[in-house]
Design a protein around this ligand. Sequence first.
Ligand SMILES: [Zn+2]
Length: 250
Amino acid sequence: MARITSDAEDHFAKCTIPGCGRPTRRAAKLGLSATMCTYHVQRAARFGSPWAETVRATDLKPYLATATRWIADRREEPFIAHTLLCLGGLLWGAGPTESSTNIKRRSASYRARMAFARLRDADVKPERLLALHLATAALIADDRDSHQVREFRIVQTAKAAHRLSSGTHWRWDAPLPNGDTVPAALHVYPKSSGRVLRLMGEELEAICGTVTGRDLEAVRQLKREKHGPHPSQLPGWRPRWQRERDARSA
Ligand SMILES: [Zn+2]
């Protein structure tokens, strides 16, 4: 424990993410990170990477279409059939849903389970979850701006899955002073904490990892044939850090 309070020069003074320049949490005596500032530590927790852009639904779309087709054509194939069965178990085994307002103080693993229960209630099918896992992995592998690590893939897959659940909705007729009523509604969408997303992503990875590992290259290839290459694979493309550097000096 002595290391925590020590002033020894075992940390960087400035955040190591290019272009940041804020003091690291250790230098600011705020925490244990010796390489990153508070902003980038929190960003890594929420997105699965301190710097990579979160996966956008529009970028995922052609990959999702390809993966969905791929799975639909192979529902009987043993590995895919088994994976879909396990995903069904994950959704149906999650138990009854609780209203989002009641679970704020529950543990992360409980909230991850509730997130799967909500997906089931929103009629999300096992095929959709496998397609999301496969599509997210393919997009991240194709995108040269992306962060090629397991952590980023896991959190981004969970974020995409989480987007499919519908939250809790109330509708009622609110009385007016003159005796009329107006329709009123309240929509509460459960916030996804980094911890919950990691747990969801770990579960999906454990179930879908075999099929995704085996079929990733085929799906990337099919997507290229049908929807064209990812923008980062076109000639003349420059990485994000270079585009940002040029924008700064312009
Ligand atoms: Zn930073």
